[in-house]
Write a protein that binds this ligand. Sequence first.
Ligand code: 13P
Length: 246
Amino acid sequence: MLIAGNWKMNGTPDSMEEFGRMIARAPEATARGIDLLVCPPAVLISKFADRATVSKIAIGGQDCHPKEKGAHTGDISAEMLAACGASAVIVGHSERRADHGETNQLVAEKAAAAQRAGLTAIVCVGETEAERDAGQTESVVAAQVDASAPPSLDAAKLVIAYEPVWAIGTGRTPSVEDVAAVHALIRAKLEERFDVPVRILYGGSVKPSNAAELLAVENVDGALVGGASLKADDFLGIAIAAPKKG
Ligand code: 13P
């Protein structure tokens, strides 16, 4: 079980205090075999990673450029993230797909770049509300998995996050039946191409009060948490609510 926090564009050096509270409470989750990952904004990765050496919280980035270095103003490479202490990076989050026009092809290149640098790539997929209303959820997610997580990736360093776009930051979540159906589809897709099991996270309005129900769903191997990952009590509350599944 992996509980990952995506801080998005939130946090300043003052956030070290809240992160310190997470570190203090982390053993409550890690003692139960739950892996914890926090993905702060890039400017805080070094600071968080230095602090996290005394804890079992892994640190990740929120995006990376496909190339290792070069003339790409404002971008950050996977190698830079790794050198600053990250062990994972989120790629293809729906906010980046929407705000920056990221395509499945680019997301696949970013995932490969992450693995080239030794990072675990957390590849995000998920349908919009219009796609769900049109009955296209399964076809959209299947196409995203096919094109953003190609068989050339290393399954041992791959995580898929299913995040329905309409559930992000809205307080709305799919029914457990809907989560189960999409996760089963993703599992089947992954098993077609990889021999090693790949974790599949659910993301979208996960909070301590709904975590136990969502995390109990078959083929849900953890959560990718946005808003509720900013507070130690909420983040750890989600992790502690996770059932033991291995
Ligand atoms: P919320 O938990 O705020 O809905 O965000 C989910 C998300 O986008 C995590 O990547």
